[in-house]
Design a protein around this ligand. Structure first.
Ligand code: PML
Length: 288
């Protein structure tokens, strides 16, 4: 029997901390305590509200591999932004979409979920709650593509949910990450989100920057280049950040929402974990 556990902590209307995983019955209590401690000990202070939800999974999770991991060698935010642009362009994202995404994460998206951008023209795509998209037909799917006026924080973001890693996978992943000097819990958690998202064929790429003040490494993920970590993606002490999915415009949004929010996915096999590499090598490796 497996349970999906999700924690969300907020300060006023803003998301400040989150965490998620899939666990067996025996680990539910321990994981809830761990997530609660994370929320209460957050660097931005004690949150106004902490919600922990525990759901028994009725479907068996899809088993997937984690994306390969590499860290790009960059020295400062200017080089980091250049690397983000080069990587995204390399995997087929248009300049307008790259500029839009960079601008959004620099400003701080202020939402726990991912904003959606058309990978090939750069317009934002609204994401409506599953309850509304469950009724969507092929024709309303087209309508959902049209950018709507109004609160983009409500309408444009999708939170990836119901993902996890098997206990054996976690041991192997932690060891492989430790071997290249990576011990922060964020790497394991973000890799799970990125691997689940990359499993959806219409997600062309993802850009993610932590909104934590002192966590300055972000990533660009794609099936082609894997999970590319970008240090110095923002300045120390900056509250900005967020997550953007670059979508192939042929996507059916109802399918995307169903997969991201509802389909349980668990990592067992671990992709290759590489250390720090220069950008050119990361781009070349993908072509070979
Ligand atoms: C987050 O947890 O807010 C995103 C962190 C992304 C980077 C994790 C890493 O160091 O690989």
């Amino acid at each position: 029997m497996l349970f999906s556990i999700r924690m969300r902590a907020s300060q006023g209307l803003s998301h400040v901390s989150g965490g998620e995983g899939i666990y067996g019955r025996d680990n539910v209590q321990e994981e809830c305590c761990r997530l609660l401690n994370r929320a209460l000990g957050h660097e931005r202070g004690v949150p106004d509200s902490v919600n922990i939800s525990i759901e028994k999974l009725s479907a068996r999770p899809l088993t997937i591999s984690s994306l390969p991991v590499v860290t790009c060698r960059v020295n400062d935010p200017v080089e980091a932004e250049c690397a983000v642009g080069r990587i995204l362009k390399h995997v087929g994202i248009c300049d307008e979409a790259i500029a839009k995404a960079v601008e959004m994460v620099k400003g701080g998206t202020g939402v726990a979920g991912a904003l959606l951008v058309d990978a090939f023209c750069g317009t934002m795509i609204p994401a409506l709650p599953v309850a509304r998209t469950e009724l969507a037909t092929e024709s309303t799917d087209e309508a959902l593509h049209e950018a709507v006026a109004g609160d983009f924080k409500r309408d444009f973001n999708v939170r990836v949910s119901r993902f996890g890693i098997t206990p054996g996978g976690k041991v192997r992943l932690s060891q492989a990450l430790r071997d290249v000097g990576l011990t922060h819990f964020r790497v394991i958690e973000a890799l799970q989100v990125a691997s689940k998202a990359a499993g959806f064929p219409f997600v062309e790429a993802e850009l993610c920057v932590s909104d934590d003040l002192n966590y300055t490494t972000g990533y660009v993920a794609s099936r082609r280049l894997g999970y590319v970590r970008i240090p110095h993606i923002k300045a120390e002490g900056s509250p900005s950040g967020g997550r953007v999915f670059f979508l192939n415009p042929a996507v059916k949004l109802s399918h995307l929402m169903e997969y991201m929010k509802k389909t349980p996915v668990i990592i067992d096999e671990i992709g290759r974990i590489k250390g720090v590499k220069p950008l050119e090598e990361i781009l070349c490796t993908a072509d070979s």
